[in-house]
Design a protein around this ligand. Sequence first.
Ligand SMILES: Cc1ncc(COP(=O)(O)O)c(C=O)c1O
Length: 367
Amino acid sequence: MRYLTYQFHEYRQRRQAAHRWRQLQLTDWANCSFHRNDYLGLSQHPQVIAAFAQGLSDYGCGSGGSPLVCGYQQPHHNLVRQLAEWLERDTAVLFSSGFAANQSALKALGALYDQLLLDRLCHASLLEGLGRRNWRRFPHNDVKAVRRLLKPGANLVITESVFSMDGDYAPLAELALLPTDLWVDDAHGIGLLGPDGRGAAALLPDPQAMLTIPFGKAIGVMGAALVGGRAELEHIVNSGREFIYSTAMPAAQAAAVSAAITILQTTEGERLRQQLQQRIALFQQLCQQYGIPLQASEHPIQTIVLGADEQALDWGKNLAEQGIACGVIRPPTVPVGTARLRITISALHHEDELKQLVEGMARCLIN
Ligand SMILES: Cc1ncc(COP(=O)(O)O)c(C=O)c1O
């Protein structure tokens, strides 16, 4: 793209001056790593790996095309049925990513509503590409503001069960009582919250509320589903461009996701959730002992808000030099002046690793 060289150079200089130039890193997972959303370690689970391997052997690597052209294979069908039963919704539609699922629903359904109301801290995938016409953002988790903003006609409230940059929870039960449709992105709740890890579905009495279920967090694989009522999902199958014009996830991947969901519903899943809670409690206790200023969160997403971008970068660099990897999150992902370390705890973290992390942060505090 030689005709854009100047634009690229200028953009890069601007981002670098603001400490916001991003670069991909080669990650050594043998390191003490606290930046993965694989909260229960299912990406490494032998049954999930075996299901993926068996799927590869049975169906090959790729699905071959768009789901409307090539159809679903048996593992896709099984996964759809499993999701609908587990989450007590009519049906599900599968996507290659949570980003694609959110974009598809936003574009295919969003335009039909008189008004969309989105929480101010909603993930980028719920905002990208929204037209100017019919949407507003409401102050974070403010149910009174939502009630005030509702208009006559069809409203859709869009929120997340757990907010990805703070680890705090949405007031889902209260939102579900409002006279509006509700759509909840359950990226960070599925597998962790509620009985059998059913996430937001267990917390929402209204089976009409639509859910986004990304598979790349506690489920440990990748891809996503929209799960909800038959009418809206049939509409998305017919008009959701990210669904229609994109290659379906491989059948092997669907088989791996199914295996992970099966584990979530067993006593092993329950044990992993309990183990995760123990690890979170230990981490919080160690932070208190060492005077690390953690934001309140019961979720494996734990954050230390440091303010200026440079300070967050310094902490990230200092920790990396000590062999510890964690997320350094800066604007525009979070509001200006709230750059932070984002630490994700996993059920598989050893106590020694948590201690190493907190001691590493204590060194950053002194420097
Ligand atoms: C709340 C939320 N929604 C959607 C996504 C996108 O999911 P995926 O990574 O499957 O595209 C993410 C990913 O970070 C997320 O945190």
